[in-house]
Design a binder for this molecule. Structure first.
Ligand code: HEC
Ligand code: HEC
Length: 345
Protein backbone atom coordinates (compact mmCIF):
# COMPACT_ATOMS: atom_id res chain seq x y z
CA UNK A 1 0.00 0.00 0.00
CA UNK A 2 2.83 2.34 0.92
CA UNK A 3 4.55 1.52 -2.33
CA UNK A 4 1.38 2.27 -4.27
CA UNK A 5 0.98 5.63 -2.60
CA UNK A 6 4.60 6.36 -3.38
CA UNK A 7 4.04 5.55 -7.03
CA UNK A 8 0.98 7.77 -7.20
CA UNK A 9 2.99 10.57 -5.66
CA UNK A 10 5.67 10.11 -8.28
CA UNK A 11 3.04 10.10 -10.99
CA UNK A 12 1.71 13.39 -9.66
CA UNK A 13 5.23 14.85 -9.79
CA UNK A 14 5.80 13.67 -13.34
CA UNK A 15 2.41 15.06 -14.28
CA UNK A 16 3.16 18.41 -12.70
CA UNK A 17 6.44 18.46 -14.67
CA UNK A 18 4.55 17.73 -17.87
CA UNK A 19 2.10 20.49 -17.09
CA UNK A 20 4.95 22.89 -16.64
CA UNK A 21 6.33 22.05 -20.07
CA UNK A 22 3.01 22.24 -21.85
CA UNK A 23 1.76 25.48 -20.39
CA UNK A 24 4.36 27.58 -18.63
CA UNK A 25 1.82 29.18 -16.30
CA UNK A 26 0.48 25.73 -15.41
CA UNK A 27 -3.11 24.71 -16.04
CA UNK A 28 -5.42 24.23 -13.08
CA UNK A 29 -5.73 20.44 -13.28
CA UNK A 30 -8.69 20.31 -10.88
CA UNK A 31 -10.64 22.82 -13.00
CA UNK A 32 -9.73 20.94 -16.17
CA UNK A 33 -10.97 17.68 -14.71
CA UNK A 34 -14.17 19.31 -13.47
CA UNK A 35 -14.99 20.35 -17.06
CA UNK A 36 -15.28 16.65 -17.97
CA UNK A 37 -17.65 15.52 -15.23
CA UNK A 38 -20.69 13.74 -16.69
CA UNK A 39 -24.17 15.29 -16.36
CA UNK A 40 -26.64 13.93 -13.81
CA UNK A 41 -29.18 12.51 -16.27
CA UNK A 42 -30.44 12.16 -19.82
CA UNK A 43 -32.37 15.13 -21.29
CA UNK A 44 -35.76 14.26 -22.81
CA UNK A 45 -37.69 16.93 -24.76
CA UNK A 46 -41.01 18.11 -23.25
CA UNK A 47 -42.94 16.99 -26.35
CA UNK A 48 -41.51 13.45 -26.13
CA UNK A 49 -40.97 12.71 -22.44
CA UNK A 50 -39.48 9.46 -21.12
CA UNK A 51 -41.85 6.55 -20.58
CA UNK A 52 -40.55 2.99 -20.06
CA UNK A 53 -43.22 1.30 -22.20
CA UNK A 54 -42.54 3.76 -25.03
CA UNK A 55 -38.78 3.05 -24.78
CA UNK A 56 -39.42 -0.71 -24.93
CA UNK A 57 -41.61 -0.25 -27.99
CA UNK A 58 -38.88 1.88 -29.57
CA UNK A 59 -36.31 -0.81 -28.81
CA UNK A 60 -38.44 -3.44 -30.59
CA UNK A 61 -38.85 -1.17 -33.63
CA UNK A 62 -35.13 -0.32 -33.69
CA UNK A 63 -34.24 -4.00 -34.04
CA UNK A 64 -37.11 -4.85 -36.42
CA UNK A 65 -36.04 -5.74 -40.00
CA UNK A 66 -39.62 -5.30 -41.24
CA UNK A 67 -38.76 -1.59 -41.50
CA UNK A 68 -36.56 -2.25 -44.57
CA UNK A 69 -37.72 -3.15 -48.07
CA UNK A 70 -35.96 -6.55 -48.06
CA UNK A 71 -37.12 -7.35 -44.55
CA UNK A 72 -33.51 -8.09 -43.64
CA UNK A 73 -32.14 -4.74 -42.46
CA UNK A 74 -32.97 -2.96 -39.21
CA UNK A 75 -31.59 0.22 -37.68
CA UNK A 76 -29.28 -2.10 -35.74
CA UNK A 77 -27.68 -3.41 -38.95
CA UNK A 78 -25.73 -0.15 -39.16
CA UNK A 79 -25.96 0.91 -35.50
CA UNK A 80 -24.89 -2.35 -33.84
CA UNK A 81 -24.84 -2.49 -30.04
CA UNK A 82 -21.88 -4.88 -30.03
CA UNK A 83 -19.93 -2.45 -32.25
CA UNK A 84 -20.57 0.62 -30.11
CA UNK A 85 -23.72 1.39 -32.14
CA UNK A 86 -21.92 1.74 -35.46
CA UNK A 87 -20.97 -0.89 -38.06
CA UNK A 88 -17.15 -0.92 -38.40
CA UNK A 89 -17.42 -0.05 -42.13
CA UNK A 90 -15.76 3.00 -43.75
CA UNK A 91 -19.19 3.95 -45.17
CA UNK A 92 -22.52 2.27 -44.48
CA UNK A 93 -24.12 -0.06 -47.05
CA UNK A 94 -27.87 0.26 -47.63
CA UNK A 95 -30.62 -2.31 -48.04
CA UNK A 96 -30.14 -2.44 -51.83
CA UNK A 97 -26.42 -3.18 -51.38
CA UNK A 98 -25.17 0.25 -52.48
CA UNK A 99 -22.72 2.22 -50.34
CA UNK A 100 -23.92 5.37 -48.61
CA UNK A 101 -21.97 8.62 -48.85
CA UNK A 102 -20.89 8.59 -45.19
CA UNK A 103 -20.02 6.39 -42.24
CA UNK A 104 -22.69 5.33 -39.74
CA UNK A 105 -22.05 7.44 -36.63
CA UNK A 106 -22.25 5.89 -33.18
CA UNK A 107 -25.54 6.52 -31.38
CA UNK A 108 -23.83 6.63 -27.98
CA UNK A 109 -24.83 9.86 -26.19
CA UNK A 110 -26.88 11.08 -29.18
CA UNK A 111 -29.40 12.40 -26.62
CA UNK A 112 -26.96 15.17 -25.82
CA UNK A 113 -26.37 16.34 -29.40
CA UNK A 114 -28.47 19.20 -30.81
CA UNK A 115 -27.98 18.79 -34.56
CA UNK A 116 -27.82 15.19 -35.78
CA UNK A 117 -26.09 13.77 -38.86
CA UNK A 118 -22.53 14.49 -39.96
CA UNK A 119 -23.51 17.92 -41.26
CA UNK A 120 -26.32 18.58 -38.80
CA UNK A 121 -29.14 18.23 -41.30
CA UNK A 122 -31.47 16.77 -38.63
CA UNK A 123 -32.87 19.08 -35.96
CA UNK A 124 -33.61 16.23 -33.53
CA UNK A 125 -33.40 12.45 -33.11
CA UNK A 126 -37.07 12.04 -33.98
CA UNK A 127 -36.59 13.46 -37.47
CA UNK A 128 -33.87 10.97 -38.46
CA UNK A 129 -36.06 7.86 -38.32
CA UNK A 130 -38.20 8.15 -41.45
CA UNK A 131 -35.31 9.55 -43.47
CA UNK A 132 -33.51 6.28 -42.68
CA UNK A 133 -36.56 4.07 -43.35
CA UNK A 134 -37.51 5.70 -46.67
CA UNK A 135 -34.02 6.66 -47.93
CA UNK A 136 -33.27 4.76 -51.16
CA UNK A 137 -29.65 4.32 -50.00
CA UNK A 138 -30.72 3.29 -46.51
CA UNK A 139 -33.75 1.06 -45.76
CA UNK A 140 -35.59 1.95 -48.99
CA UNK A 141 -39.18 1.39 -47.82
CA UNK A 142 -42.23 3.63 -48.39
CA UNK A 143 -43.48 5.21 -45.17
CA UNK A 144 -46.98 3.87 -45.82
CA UNK A 145 -45.65 0.34 -46.31
CA UNK A 146 -43.55 0.55 -43.18
CA UNK A 147 -46.57 1.63 -41.14
CA UNK A 148 -48.78 -1.06 -42.72
CA UNK A 149 -46.27 -3.76 -41.76
CA UNK A 150 -46.17 -2.54 -38.17
CA UNK A 151 -49.96 -2.18 -37.95
CA UNK A 152 -50.40 -5.74 -39.28
CA UNK A 153 -48.87 -7.07 -36.06
CA UNK A 154 -51.52 -7.29 -33.27
CA UNK A 155 -48.87 -7.08 -30.56
CA UNK A 156 -47.55 -3.80 -31.97
CA UNK A 157 -51.12 -2.45 -32.32
CA UNK A 158 -51.78 -3.23 -28.67
CA UNK A 159 -48.54 -1.56 -27.57
CA UNK A 160 -49.11 1.62 -29.62
CA UNK A 161 -52.63 1.81 -28.18
CA UNK A 162 -51.40 1.63 -24.62
CA UNK A 163 -48.43 4.01 -25.04
CA UNK A 164 -49.91 6.83 -27.14
CA UNK A 165 -52.98 8.95 -26.37
CA UNK A 166 -54.16 8.76 -30.00
CA UNK A 167 -53.50 4.96 -30.06
CA UNK A 168 -52.19 5.33 -33.63
CA UNK A 169 -49.50 3.40 -35.49
CA UNK A 170 -48.33 6.64 -37.10
CA UNK A 171 -45.00 7.97 -38.36
CA UNK A 172 -44.91 10.49 -35.50
CA UNK A 173 -45.45 7.76 -32.90
CA UNK A 174 -42.93 5.36 -34.46
CA UNK A 175 -40.38 8.20 -34.47
CA UNK A 176 -41.19 9.18 -30.88
CA UNK A 177 -40.83 5.60 -29.63
CA UNK A 178 -37.53 4.93 -31.44
CA UNK A 179 -36.12 8.29 -30.29
CA UNK A 180 -37.00 7.49 -26.66
CA UNK A 181 -35.07 4.23 -26.93
CA UNK A 182 -32.11 5.93 -28.67
CA UNK A 183 -31.82 8.51 -25.89
CA UNK A 184 -31.17 5.66 -23.45
CA UNK A 185 -27.97 4.69 -25.31
CA UNK A 186 -25.46 6.48 -23.12
CA UNK A 187 -21.89 5.99 -22.04
CA UNK A 188 -22.14 4.76 -18.49
CA UNK A 189 -19.31 6.96 -17.19
CA UNK A 190 -17.26 4.01 -15.90
CA UNK A 191 -14.29 4.43 -18.21
CA UNK A 192 -10.79 4.64 -16.67
CA UNK A 193 -10.91 8.37 -17.50
CA UNK A 194 -14.15 8.82 -15.52
CA UNK A 195 -12.62 6.99 -12.57
CA UNK A 196 -9.57 9.25 -12.78
CA UNK A 197 -11.53 12.50 -12.73
CA UNK A 198 -13.59 11.07 -9.87
CA UNK A 199 -10.35 10.85 -7.87
CA UNK A 200 -8.75 7.44 -8.57
CA UNK A 201 -5.20 8.49 -9.44
CA UNK A 202 -4.20 4.97 -10.47
CA UNK A 203 -7.05 4.59 -13.01
CA UNK A 204 -5.00 5.85 -15.98
CA UNK A 205 -1.31 5.71 -16.90
CA UNK A 206 1.21 8.52 -16.57
CA UNK A 207 1.40 8.62 -20.37
CA UNK A 208 -2.40 9.08 -20.59
CA UNK A 209 -2.23 11.92 -18.05
CA UNK A 210 0.37 13.67 -20.19
CA UNK A 211 -1.91 13.04 -23.17
CA UNK A 212 -4.81 14.71 -21.33
CA UNK A 213 -2.74 17.85 -20.77
CA UNK A 214 -1.60 17.88 -24.38
CA UNK A 215 -5.25 17.40 -25.46
CA UNK A 216 -6.22 20.46 -23.44
CA UNK A 217 -3.04 22.41 -24.16
CA UNK A 218 -0.74 22.63 -27.16
CA UNK A 219 -2.75 20.06 -29.15
CA UNK A 220 -5.81 22.37 -28.99
CA UNK A 221 -8.05 19.28 -29.24
CA UNK A 222 -10.39 20.47 -26.49
CA UNK A 223 -11.24 23.63 -28.44
CA UNK A 224 -13.62 21.37 -30.38
CA UNK A 225 -13.76 18.11 -28.41
CA UNK A 226 -14.95 19.90 -25.29
CA UNK A 227 -16.90 18.81 -22.24
CA UNK A 228 -17.72 15.40 -20.81
CA UNK A 229 -18.67 13.86 -24.18
CA UNK A 230 -15.86 15.57 -26.04
CA UNK A 231 -17.83 17.58 -28.58
CA UNK A 232 -18.82 21.19 -29.00
CA UNK A 233 -21.75 20.02 -31.17
CA UNK A 234 -20.41 22.29 -33.91
CA UNK A 235 -18.98 21.87 -37.42
CA UNK A 236 -15.39 22.25 -38.60
CA UNK A 237 -13.15 21.42 -41.53
CA UNK A 238 -10.17 19.61 -40.06
CA UNK A 239 -8.75 18.99 -43.52
CA UNK A 240 -9.72 15.33 -43.83
CA UNK A 241 -10.18 14.69 -47.53
CA UNK A 242 -10.74 16.25 -50.87
CA UNK A 243 -13.95 15.21 -52.54
CA UNK A 244 -17.42 16.35 -53.42
CA UNK A 245 -18.83 16.12 -49.92
CA UNK A 246 -18.96 19.68 -48.64
CA UNK A 247 -20.60 18.66 -45.37
CA UNK A 248 -22.22 21.61 -43.61
CA UNK A 249 -21.32 23.70 -46.68
CA UNK A 250 -24.22 22.03 -48.53
CA UNK A 251 -26.56 23.93 -46.21
CA UNK A 252 -24.49 27.14 -46.13
CA UNK A 253 -22.93 27.47 -49.60
CA UNK A 254 -21.66 31.02 -49.07
CA UNK A 255 -19.85 30.37 -45.77
CA UNK A 256 -16.13 29.85 -46.34
CA UNK A 257 -15.52 28.11 -43.01
CA UNK A 258 -18.42 25.64 -43.37
CA UNK A 259 -17.16 24.10 -46.61
CA UNK A 260 -15.97 20.53 -45.86
CA UNK A 261 -17.08 21.07 -42.25
CA UNK A 262 -18.45 18.07 -40.35
CA UNK A 263 -19.77 17.63 -36.85
CA UNK A 264 -17.23 17.18 -34.08
CA UNK A 265 -17.80 13.55 -33.03
CA UNK A 266 -17.86 12.39 -29.43
CA UNK A 267 -14.61 10.68 -28.44
CA UNK A 268 -16.20 8.35 -25.89
CA UNK A 269 -15.31 4.73 -26.76
CA UNK A 270 -13.46 6.05 -29.79
CA UNK A 271 -10.69 3.44 -29.56
CA UNK A 272 -13.32 0.69 -29.88
CA UNK A 273 -14.93 1.89 -33.09
CA UNK A 274 -12.56 2.34 -36.04
CA UNK A 275 -12.49 3.41 -38.84
CA UNK A 276 -12.65 7.18 -38.30
CA UNK A 277 -14.06 10.38 -39.82
CA UNK A 278 -17.27 11.02 -41.78
CA UNK A 279 -15.94 9.01 -44.70
CA UNK A 280 -14.15 6.29 -42.72
CA UNK A 281 -10.90 7.30 -44.44
CA UNK A 282 -8.61 6.77 -41.42
CA UNK A 283 -8.13 3.22 -40.14
CA UNK A 284 -6.48 3.75 -36.76
CA UNK A 285 -6.07 6.32 -34.01
CA UNK A 286 -2.41 6.59 -35.07
CA UNK A 287 -3.66 7.68 -38.52
CA UNK A 288 -5.90 10.29 -36.84
CA UNK A 289 -3.03 11.70 -34.79
CA UNK A 290 -0.82 11.74 -37.91
CA UNK A 291 -3.49 13.84 -39.68
CA UNK A 292 -3.62 16.38 -36.85
CA UNK A 293 0.17 16.42 -36.69
CA UNK A 294 0.33 17.28 -40.42
CA UNK A 295 -2.46 19.82 -39.97
CA UNK A 296 -4.69 18.25 -42.60
CA UNK A 297 -5.35 19.88 -45.96
CA UNK A 298 -4.48 23.57 -45.89
CA UNK A 299 -7.43 25.38 -47.54
CA UNK A 300 -9.56 28.46 -46.79
CA UNK A 301 -12.19 26.42 -44.95
CA UNK A 302 -9.70 24.74 -42.58
CA UNK A 303 -10.46 25.53 -38.93
CA UNK A 304 -8.02 27.90 -37.25
CA UNK A 305 -6.77 25.53 -34.51
CA UNK A 306 -5.78 22.98 -37.17
CA UNK A 307 -2.15 23.46 -38.18
CA UNK A 308 1.00 21.32 -38.06
CA UNK A 309 1.69 20.36 -34.45
CA UNK A 310 5.18 18.85 -34.76
CA UNK A 311 4.47 16.26 -32.09
CA UNK A 312 7.24 13.97 -30.87
CA UNK A 313 6.75 10.19 -31.01
CA UNK A 314 6.20 10.27 -27.23
CA UNK A 315 3.53 12.98 -27.51
CA UNK A 316 1.68 11.01 -30.19
CA UNK A 317 1.78 7.92 -27.98
CA UNK A 318 0.54 10.01 -25.03
CA UNK A 319 -2.46 11.31 -26.99
CA UNK A 320 -3.40 7.78 -28.06
CA UNK A 321 -2.96 6.50 -24.49
CA UNK A 322 -5.34 9.24 -23.34
CA UNK A 323 -7.94 8.48 -26.03
CA UNK A 324 -7.82 4.81 -25.01
CA UNK A 325 -8.86 5.73 -21.44
CA UNK A 326 -12.24 6.96 -22.77
CA UNK A 327 -13.54 3.42 -23.39
CA UNK A 328 -16.13 2.05 -21.01
CA UNK A 329 -19.48 0.29 -20.87
CA UNK A 330 -22.53 1.66 -22.67
CA UNK A 331 -25.98 1.44 -21.12
CA UNK A 332 -29.13 0.85 -23.17
CA UNK A 333 -30.95 -2.21 -21.86
CA UNK A 334 -31.17 -5.66 -23.41
CA UNK A 335 -31.94 -6.57 -27.01
CA UNK A 336 -35.56 -7.65 -27.43
CA UNK A 337 -36.63 -11.06 -28.73
CA UNK A 338 -38.37 -10.52 -32.07
CA UNK A 339 -40.89 -12.77 -33.79
CA UNK A 340 -39.19 -14.74 -36.59
CA UNK A 341 -40.95 -12.82 -39.36
CA UNK A 342 -39.39 -11.77 -42.63
CA UNK A 343 -41.86 -9.42 -44.24
CA UNK A 344 -42.03 -9.37 -48.02
CA UNK A 345 -43.91 -7.20 -50.41
C1 HEC B 1 -27.65 1.36 -44.01
C2 HEC B 1 -27.12 1.86 -42.74
C3 HEC B 1 -28.03 2.61 -41.81
C4 HEC B 1 -29.27 2.19 -41.33
C5 HEC B 1 -30.02 0.92 -41.67
C6 HEC B 1 -29.68 3.21 -40.41
N1 HEC B 1 -28.74 4.19 -40.31
FE1 HEC B 1 -28.74 5.73 -39.01
N2 HEC B 1 -27.16 6.53 -39.96
C7 HEC B 1 -26.46 5.95 -40.99
C8 HEC B 1 -25.54 6.91 -41.56
C9 HEC B 1 -24.56 6.68 -42.72
C10 HEC B 1 -25.72 8.11 -40.84
C11 HEC B 1 -25.03 9.44 -41.10
C12 HEC B 1 -25.82 10.14 -42.18
C13 HEC B 1 -25.26 11.49 -42.54
O1 HEC B 1 -24.85 12.22 -41.66
O2 HEC B 1 -25.26 11.83 -43.73
C14 HEC B 1 -26.74 7.82 -39.83
C15 HEC B 1 -27.14 8.74 -38.84
C16 HEC B 1 -28.05 8.44 -37.84
C17 HEC B 1 -28.33 9.29 -36.69
C18 HEC B 1 -27.62 10.59 -36.34
C19 HEC B 1 -26.55 10.31 -35.29
C20 HEC B 1 -25.62 11.45 -35.03
O3 HEC B 1 -24.92 11.43 -34.01
O4 HEC B 1 -25.56 12.39 -35.83
C21 HEC B 1 -29.33 8.69 -35.99
C22 HEC B 1 -29.98 9.19 -34.71
C23 HEC B 1 -29.67 7.47 -36.70
N3 HEC B 1 -28.86 7.35 -37.80
C24 HEC B 1 -30.70 6.63 -36.33
C25 HEC B 1 -31.14 5.57 -37.14
C26 HEC B 1 -32.40 4.88 -36.96
C27 HEC B 1 -33.42 5.16 -35.88
C28 HEC B 1 -32.46 3.92 -37.93
C29 HEC B 1 -33.60 2.96 -38.21
C30 HEC B 1 -34.90 3.55 -38.49
C31 HEC B 1 -31.22 4.02 -38.70
N4 HEC B 1 -30.47 5.04 -38.21
C32 HEC B 1 -30.89 3.17 -39.73
C33 HEC B 1 -26.61 4.65 -41.41
C34 HEC B 1 -27.73 3.88 -41.17
C1 HEC C 1 -11.30 22.53 -35.13
C2 HEC C 1 -11.99 21.54 -34.32
C3 HEC C 1 -11.21 20.28 -33.92
C4 HEC C 1 -10.00 20.20 -33.29
C5 HEC C 1 -9.07 21.32 -32.85
C6 HEC C 1 -9.73 18.78 -33.14
N1 HEC C 1 -10.76 18.05 -33.65
FE1 HEC C 1 -10.87 16.02 -33.72
N2 HEC C 1 -12.50 16.15 -34.93
C7 HEC C 1 -13.14 17.32 -35.29
C8 HEC C 1 -14.08 17.05 -36.35
C9 HEC C 1 -14.99 18.07 -37.01
C10 HEC C 1 -13.97 15.67 -36.63
C11 HEC C 1 -14.74 14.91 -37.72
C12 HEC C 1 -14.15 15.32 -39.07
C13 HEC C 1 -14.67 14.53 -40.24
O1 HEC C 1 -15.35 13.53 -40.08
O2 HEC C 1 -14.38 14.94 -41.37
C14 HEC C 1 -12.98 15.13 -35.70
C15 HEC C 1 -12.62 13.79 -35.59
C16 HEC C 1 -11.77 13.27 -34.63
C17 HEC C 1 -11.57 11.87 -34.36
C18 HEC C 1 -12.29 10.71 -35.08
C19 HEC C 1 -13.58 10.41 -34.35
C20 HEC C 1 -14.53 9.56 -35.15
O3 HEC C 1 -15.48 9.02 -34.53
O4 HEC C 1 -14.38 9.44 -36.37
C21 HEC C 1 -10.65 11.78 -33.34
C22 HEC C 1 -10.12 10.51 -32.71
C23 HEC C 1 -10.26 13.13 -33.00
N3 HEC C 1 -10.97 14.00 -33.81
C24 HEC C 1 -9.33 13.47 -32.04
C25 HEC C 1 -8.77 14.75 -31.94
C26 HEC C 1 -7.53 15.06 -31.26
C27 HEC C 1 -6.67 14.06 -30.52
C28 HEC C 1 -7.30 16.39 -31.43
C29 HEC C 1 -6.12 17.22 -31.02
C30 HEC C 1 -4.83 16.79 -31.55
C31 HEC C 1 -8.42 16.92 -32.21
N4 HEC C 1 -9.28 15.89 -32.50
C32 HEC C 1 -8.58 18.25 -32.56
C33 HEC C 1 -12.88 18.57 -34.75
C34 HEC C 1 -11.68 18.92 -34.15
Amino acid sequence: MRWRLGLAGMAALVLAGGAFWLAPRGPDLAALKAAYRPPPGIPFPPDNPFDPAKADLGRALFFDPRLSRSGRMSCATCHQPQRNWTDARPVAVGDAGAPMARRAPTLVDAAFIDALGWNGQFADIESVTFTAITGPHVMDLDASQALARIAADPDYRRRFASVFADHAVSAANVSAAIATFERLIVSASHSPFDRWIAGDEGAISVSAKRGFLLFNGRGRCSECHSGWNFTDGSFHDIGVARGNDRGRGVMFPSSVKLQYAFKTPTLRNVALRPPYMHNGSLKTLADVIALYDRGGIDRPSRADPIRPLHLSAQEKADLIAFLETLSGPVASGAQPVLPPVVAQE
